[in-house]
Design a protein. Structure first.
Length: 580
């Protein structure tokens, strides 16, 4: 993974964001013996989205920068929603982003026996008790932000009775939901999470790793900090919604330290989560799109899921660049999708070879080109990087160009092909349009041109200039391809859900690409000259059926649309003022 030294907080005068300041201060004070050890702790119950990328990137890059360690741990405490399929998908996403946990792959389920022992220790210390209230009754007695909670009638059970009941909970003597183990904290705490939270519940669900070994499962809040302590995590980085959980995180760790069950206290630090315009990361709302058939699945290239971005052709390096530019703060913010797209363009401009493709074809016949002749032109793979070499592109009498590159009756400032005008074919010849052929409906089906054989390579020996260069493919050599034109999934900056779905977020067309694309491996990036950045489909690409995804346009067309919209709105407001 690239260095993330540019992850800065705007208020910093040292070039360090607030998290790195904390880390460096801890190192100076020899806290944790100067160690830095971070982790990324996903729950294996869903797909990783663009917001998770910041948490992965931040924890990993800090470990790298300070010669520390990075763990991947799955907090798998709710077997009803978890699976090994999610584990493998998350591992693939993290590796794709460039983070490496080496041999430090852990699961909270690895610690179930230790966590049970910790809970027994808290019961013995008078800090936990078995409660017979059901979940709804516990919720009713918890109180509100203005009213304190009510102590459970079972809060003062003896240590012996709690130990006995907890043991019998584990052995399966009681029904699901009939009893829970709660921490004895403070029912009058202003933080509702501190009002005797649930530590264990009875749940007869088979676990994807431990099978039916356990009938009781620990809660996330109880498991999280203890797992960090077991692994020796020094800096537990998480998004801002966990800020209210921190007092509970610290309470469990402090109480276990006090009774000698653990020897190390990690520190939880929160940062603002990554929110991107035109994007939703709510699982519930995204599920509506999946279930409603608006997208092909969770890894659809339009989805803000990391697997979806990967399938669309977003390079991991561009996402890392984006995260570096966004920076780390405590302030809530909404990052413009245009910044991510600009990072994608910057990376692909450097890394993607250029090829020619025609998406909306119009036939051009070179009337003076020898019948049956074909030639192969030597064309550079990248105009800014000679080391990329060249490729041979076939040229013949019958070509395809973009329909938009010809107009019979053009407006002013249209410099492309029209009757009587000469233009350059990219890396080929000058051609001049002499005639058109129309069908019975008056639609142009062929353009007849002459070519100048003296202009091979795209320049004229006599020094004459043309005002436009257009791309092309040889009709008889071009490969027919399924081209999927992806765009933003929502039409609003702050989408609510399906009501803001963009019906034009996917358009599928038949296009024609030069033969070299047929030799590509799945997952190859290209810039189609003048059209945008494209990506050979990872899932459906084959030599017989070429499926290509548009990753992104060459320019930020949405910014142009937005500018036009604002301009129209301002004009309307001025007219309204005049009327008033």
């Amino acid at each position: 993974m690239k260095s993330s030294k540019d992850l800065t907080d705007e208020s910093s005068d040292t070039g360090l964001d607030f998290i790195r300041k904390i880390v460096e201060e801890d190192i100076r004070n020899n806290k944790n013996e100067g160690r830095v050890h971070t982790r990324f702790p996903p729950e294996p119950n869903g797909w990783m989205h663009i917001g998770h990328a910041m948490a992965i990137y931040l924890s990993y890059s800090i470990a790298q920068e300070y010669s520390g360690l990075f763990n991947l741990r799955f907090d798998d405490t709710d077997p009803s929603k978890e699976s090994m399929e999610y584990v493998e998908a998350i591992k693939e996403d993290i590796q794709w982003l460039g983070a490496d946990w080496e041999d430090r792959l852990y699961f909270a389920s690895d610690y179930f026996e230790k966590l049970y022992d910790f809970a027994v220790g808290l019961i013995k210390a008078g800090k936990a008790y078995v409660c017979d209230l059901n979940v709804d009754e516990i919720r009713e007695q918890r109180g509100s932000l203005t009213e304190p909670g009510v102590n459970s009638p079972f809060r003062d059970r003896s240590v012996e009775e709690n130990l006995d009941l907890f043991k019998r909970m584990r052995e399966g003597e009681f029904e699901d939901g009939s009893r829970v183990l709660r921490a004895k904290v403070d029912m009058a705490s202003p933080n509702l999470l501190m009002r005797d939270p649930i530590m264990y519940r009875i749940k007869r669900v088979s676990h994807y790793r431990t099978g039916d070994d356990w009938i009781i499962y620990p809660s996330y809040d109880y498991t999280h900090g203890e797992s960090d302590a077991i692994e020796g995590i020094t800096h537990s980085l998480c998004s801002l919604e966990f800020e209210t959980h921190r007092p509970l995180y610290d309470w469990f760790v402090d109480e276990l330290l006090a009774i000698g069950k653990i020897e190390h206290k990690p520190r939880q630090i929160e940062f603002s989560r990554l929110n991107v315009t035109y994007t939703i990361t709510s699982k519930r709302r995204l599920l509506e799109l999946v279930d409603g058939g608006y997208v092909s699945g969770w890894d659809d290239p339009r989805m803000p899921i990391l697997a979806g971005l990967r399938n669309r052709g977003f390079p991991a390096s561009a996402i890392r660049m984006f995260l570096g530019k966004v920076g780390v703060t405590k302030r809530k913010k909404n990052i413009d999708m245009g910044l991510l797209e600009a990072c994608v363009r910057e990376e692909l401009d450097r890394d993607a070879n250029r090829v020619m493709a025609v998406l909306n074809p119009l036939t051009v016949i070179l009337t003076n080109y020898p019948e049956g002749q074909e030639e192969y032109l030597e064309i550079p793979n990248h105009p800014k990087d000679e080391s990329r070499g060249t490729r041979k592109v076939p040229f013949s009498k019958v070509l395809l160009i973009e329909r938009d590159d010809f107009m019979e009756d053009p407006p002013k400032k249209f410099y492309r092909l029209t009757l009587g005008r000469e233009v350059r074919l990219r890396n080929a010849y000058f051609i001049k349009c002499n005639d058109v052929v129309k069908d019975k409906s008056g639609n142009i089906v062929e353009v007849h041109c002459t070519y100048d054989p003296e202009t091979k390579g795209g320049s004229a020996p006599d020094g004459r200039k043309v005002r436009a260069t257009i791309h092309w493919v040889s009709k008889s050599h071009a490969l027919k391809s399924e081209i999927r034109l992806y765009d933003r999934l929502f039409t609003r900056e702050d989408p609510i859900g399906i009501s803001d779905y963009n019906p034009d977020s996917l358009t599928t067309i038949t296009g024609f690409v030069e033969p070299s694309v047929g030799e590509a491996e799945p997952g190859t990036h290209y810039q189609f000259e003048r059209l945008g950045y494209f990506f050979t489909n990872l899932q459906e690409f084959s030599k017989d059926t070429i499926v290509i995804n548009r990753t992104i346009t060459l320019r930020d067309t949405w910014a142009k649309i937005k500018k036009q919209h604002l301009s129209t709105r301002k004009k309307g407001q001025r007219k309204q003022k005049k009327k008033n």
